[in-house]
Design a protein around this ligand. Structure first.
Ligand code: SAM
Length: 264
């Protein structure tokens, strides 16, 4: 009899993977190697957890739903070294989980909070070696979008500035119970080495990107007028009349660094 008795909880974004082929595809994409520190966000009923545990022998999972903790412990007994962290992932300090080795993160993320999770993880990027996340396909499209695309936006710039973003494969709703209303996709994110990112003031960069995409229809000059003047945009080598969605990620970095270098 199944150890997991509670029905899926909508408010926790619970759509449990049931398609064995998709689960195998995810495990193959992660391709755990001896010595890796694997951490899964939102194990749910263990669809990815147990295959990873079988292959790798040890895994830490972060789950918020208290009703899943005991069943996860029961099912994992005798199958390897499963550490369960019963916590909201948005409150987890990934630096503490990492220790000497950077962690490898995996997760079929709760779609309702996937963007806050991504930004939270990025704050700890130096502790993370790579990530394999299942997300709404629309979110993966935005993460990987090129300038000029309709979906190029804040998420694209923030992710691409700090990570290599590789969409891996798409998954239809029927791979889950209950099926979500949207298509899903798995993406690989590899944080760039801190020294190669070249952002002098991350908070200023974040604020510039947020403002630039705050009002998409505006020119750059008008969208970021609280942060700088048109002359400063020109001096940084950008066109004040451009729109944010036309700019390369490197141009956002150039403008932020120019502004960071202004005398106080
Ligand atoms: N990995 C499982 C699978 O693929 O079948 C479950 C994925 S389900 C889409 C998302 C999981 O994240 C659920 O188990 C849910 O309880 C958990 N979750 C939701 N919000 C969370 C949070 N703030 N912190 C940690 N886990 C959370």
């Amino acid at each position: 009899m199944s150890h997991f008795k509670d029905p899926p909880k909508k408010q926790l974004g619970q759509h449990f993977l049931t398609d064995r082929n998709v689960i195998d595809q995810i495990v193959r994409a992660v391709n755990p190697q001896p010595g890796d520190t694997l951490v899964e966000i939102g194990p749910g009923q263990g669809a990815i957890t147990f295959p990873l545990l079988k292959k790798h022998g040890a895994l830490t999972v972060i789950e918020f739903d208290r009703d899943l903790i005991t069943p996860l412990m029961e099912v994992s007994e005798g199958h390897g070294d499963l550490t369960i962290v019963h916590k909201d992932v948005l409150k987890v300090d990934f630096g503490k989980l990492a220790g000497e080795e950077r962690i490898r993160l995996v997760g079929n993320l709760p779609y309702n909070i996937s963007t806050p999770i991504l930004f939270h993880v990025l704050e700890h990027a130096e502790s993370v070696r790579d990530m394999h996340f299942m997300l709404q396909k629309e979110v993966v499209d935005r993460m990987a979008a090129d300038p000029g695309s309709k979906v190029f936006g804040r998420l694209s710039v923030m992710l691409q500035a700090t990570c290599e973003v590789t969409p891996l494969f798409d998954i239809g709703p029927l791979a889950f119970r209950p099926p979500p209303k949207v298509d899903s996709a798995v993406v690989r994110l590899v944080p760039k080495p801190a020294g190669s990112i070249g952002i002098d003031d991350p908070a200023l960069f974040e604020s510039l990107v947020r403002n630039a995409f705050g009002q998409r229809r505006k020119t750059l000059r008008n969208a970021v007028q609280q942060l700088c003047t048109g002359d400063e945009i020109l001096a940084a080598g950008l066109r004040p009349e451009a729109r944010a969605e036309q700019l390369e990620v490197a141009q956002f970095i150039a403008l932020a660094n120019y502004l960071a270098s202004r005398p106080a």
